[in-house]
Design a protein around this ligand. Structure first.
Ligand code: COA
Ligand code: AMP
Length: 630
């Protein structure tokens, strides 16, 4: 068995395994060893190597004579355009942007925030930062000004690169006013901003602070690649945690290059030159790893898709893109397939396209329900591979390693651990449990190359969030079990993170916003089941004594407040007013019980509940919202 041999080979000598894989990367100075454990449990990979990510993702392919290969295809049904960029053109565009940034004082280690829609310039901005050793932090366009401000204050960028607007079906997303608002809100101010003006909306520039994308680059000296240490941060990507303060996941340069390059052949089964498509957004980790870096590092063609699975113009868009660009390997979130299935249940549109180039479909970002997988398999006639990972890991913890060996697919399981990950299911005391037993999923330290070494400026929080609970392990925050064949099953989060349409969101962050409403005394947000999006947030509001305003008004204001503070992506549209929240005698809100009631699941009334009668009040309030739905 090729997979079993590979995994055993890694386990027998992780150092040799990763040193060997590191040879696929061009180093300015090769690392002397793979793992640096002197500060354990903080581990680093390839720390003393010297390398440049942009060189490996762009220049080396041009140097190898592949400059005329298409690097990026921008396929944008929302603007009705398709635009292709070769590796040689990409090199030129990135070197000029990097040169302009360097000319304005951006140097190795400086932070640059990128707030852009799905356009090639977003990838060029990321690569330009990598070229000069600047550390980028991409912020998803569906976040509101206040969320952007939080990230500005944490990352303290010298520059912000943005576009004038994004395009959502039926509306323009006004990026520039959002950016201006965020800079006003933030205590830290960037030295300058560079704005890519789109014809759908031309933004007003602030004199002396903002530069237009092209004028900014006029007449500058293109920048060469600056070698950085293997443990130099390539980027910071903020992700949701338990509180409103997002966690700044740090990615080191060397391990990132090695792991992503390894994954393209071994997990995604593609060869250099083939077309790889991840339909996600550059604002998420999937976009970082599999729209931008991995396909380019590996010499593939990547697709920047600016559209939705349905409605742009119809549920056949994905098939059109696969046909037009001869996509070999396709990656998206299960929600996208649920949306397509809802619009085209028989999969009639599939038949209208030539999908002969497609070999495999990959799903991640949320639990892939068996119905969706079966539907996709039936309609597309290719293996559908669920794989499990997180912003923190940057690449798959568990997958079906198609490029090594296609293992039998088990519905509901993202298959088996990848080399580098010693995955264990633990009980509360930190002891491994037998197969089939539910527990907290943890990974034995060290984590492999490409995963987070720490949180930005928050090492204590890193230790507390991930390493303290189970000493010697990384706590994933997911619960599940391993079956007798070693297949993993991911069942739920163990924290207050919910997953809405493949987007990771913090209920704690939403609660902080709701609590700021003047009429709200106490609140709770939980994630309830949703047929399309997997989960959606639902708010419970307890009002201040004496508040006699109409509940519908307060709910509407709360919905608006979350949209304004966190952004449309939070998808917070439902809330109910209740007299009290169910709590334990020690005052802990019984969120899991509220979820069970909303989802119509049977449950045992917790023995620690303060007053069981409250559960009937919750039931009645939810019935008013039509919950449970089934
Ligand atoms: N910029 C601004 N707003 C955005 C945005 C962006 N980049 N992305 C989403 N939004 C907005 C949407 O317009 C929507 O706003 P609305 O409340 O005014 O309708 C809101 O955020 C919620 O978006 P979403 O959850 O995506 O719902 P949707 O109804 O627009 O689309 C799907 C539903 C299933 C089509 C869509 O969620 C989808 O394509 N999901 C795939 C998931 C995915 O790619 N996940 C990435 C991780 S792998
Ligand atoms: P993110 O950091 O946004 O990628 O979200 C990571 C979380 O999404 C994980 O911790 C899981 O809870 C969930 N997730 C991602 N992929 C899967 C999957 N294949 N199956 C089940 N849950 C998943």
């Amino acid at each position: 068995m090729a997979y079993a041999d590979l995994y055993a080979r890694w386990k027998a000598d992780p150092e040799a395994f990763w040193m060997n894989e590191s040879r696929a990367i061009d180093w300015v100075r090769a690392p002397s060893r793979a793992l640096f454990a002197d500060r354990a449990p903080i581990y680093e990979w390839f720390a003393d190597g010297l390398v440049n990510t942009c060189w490996n993702a762009v220049d080396r392919h041009v140097a190898a004579g592949r400059g005329s290969q298409i690097a990026i295809i921008h396929d944008s049904p929302v603007t009705g355009t398709v635009h292709k960029i070769t590796y040689a053109e990409l090199q030129d565009r990135v070197a000029r942007l990097a040169g302009a940034l360097a000319a304005k004082g951006i140097a190795k280690g400086d932070r640059v925030i990128i707030y852009m829609p799905m356009i090639p310039e977003a990838l060029e901005a990321m690569l330009a930062c990598a070229r000069i050793g600047a550390i980028h932090s991409v912020v998803f366009g569906g976040f509101a000004a206040a969320e952007l401000a939080t990230r500005i204050d944490d990352a303290k960028p010298k520059a912000i690169l943005a576009a004038s607007c994004g395009i959502e079906p039926g509306r323009i997303v006004h990026y520039k006013p959002l950016l201006d608002g965020a800079i006003d809100l933030a205590a830290h101010k960037p030295d300058f901003c560079v704005i890519f003006q789109r014809e759908q909306e031309v933004a007003q520039l602030v004199e002396g602070r903002d530069y237009a994308w092209h004028a900014f680059q006029y007449g500058v000296e293109p920048a060469d690649c600056v070698p950085v240490e293997g443990n130099h941060p390539a980027y910071i990507l903020y992700t949701s945690g338990t509180t409103g303060q997002p966690k700044g996941v740090v990615r080191h340069t060397g391990g990132h290059l090695v792991a992503l390059n390894w994954s393209m052949r071994n997990i995604y089964g593609v060869d250099p030159g083939e077309v790889f498509w991840a339909a996600s957004d550059v604002g998420w980790v999937v976009g970082h790893s599999y729209i931008c870096y991995a396909p380019l590092i590996h010499g593939n063609t990547t697709i920047v898709f600016e559209g939705k699975p349905v409605g742009t113009p119809d549920a056949g868009t994905f098939w059109r893109v696969i046909q037009d660009h001869r996509v070999a390997s396709f990656f998206t979130a299960p929600t996208a397939f649920r949306a397509i299935k809802r619009d085209d249940p028989e999969g009639r549109l599939v038949g209208g396209y030539d999908l002969s180039s497609l070999r495999t479909l990959y799903l991640a970002g949320e639990r892939a329900d068996p119905d969706t997988i079966t539907w996709a398999q039936d309609k597309l006639g290719v293996p559908v591979i669920d794989h499990w990972w997180q912003t923190e890991t940057g690449w798959a913890i568990a997958a079906n390693p198609v490029g090594v060996e296609l293992l039998p697919v088990k519905l509901g399981s993202p298959s088996v651990p990848m080399p580098g990950y010693d995955v264990q299911v633990l009980d509360e005391g930190g002891h491994p449990v037998p197969p089939g037993t539910l527990g907290a999923i943890a990974v034995k330290l060290p984590l492999p190359p490409g995963t987070l070494p720490t949180l930005w400026n928050a090492e204590e929080r890193f230790l507390k969030s991930y390493l303290d609970h189970f000493p010697g392990y990384y706590e994933t925050g997911d619960a599940g079990y391993i079956d007798d064949d070693g297949y993993l099953y991911i069942m739920a989060r163990t924290d207050d993170v919910i997953n809405v349409a493949g987007h990771r969101l913090s209920t704690g962050a939403m609660e902080e916003v709701l609590a700021s409403h003047p009429d709200v005394a106490e609140c709770a947000v939980v994630g309830v089941a949703d047929a399309l999006k997997g989960q959606v947030p639902l708010g419970f509001l307890c009002l201040n004594k004496g508040c006699d305003r109409p509940h519908a008004d307060i709910v509407a204001e709360c919905v608006k407040l979350v949209r304004e503070r966190i952004g449309p992506v939070a998808d917070f549209k439902k809330a109910v007013v209740v007299d009290r929240l169910p709590k334990t005698r020690s005052g802990k809100i019984l969120r899991a019980t509220m979820v069970k009631i909303a989802d119509g699941e049977t449950f045992k009334v917790p023995a620690t509940i303060d007053d069981p009668a409250i559960l009937d009040e919750i039931r009645a309030a939810l019935a008013g919202l039509g919950l449970p739905a089934r």
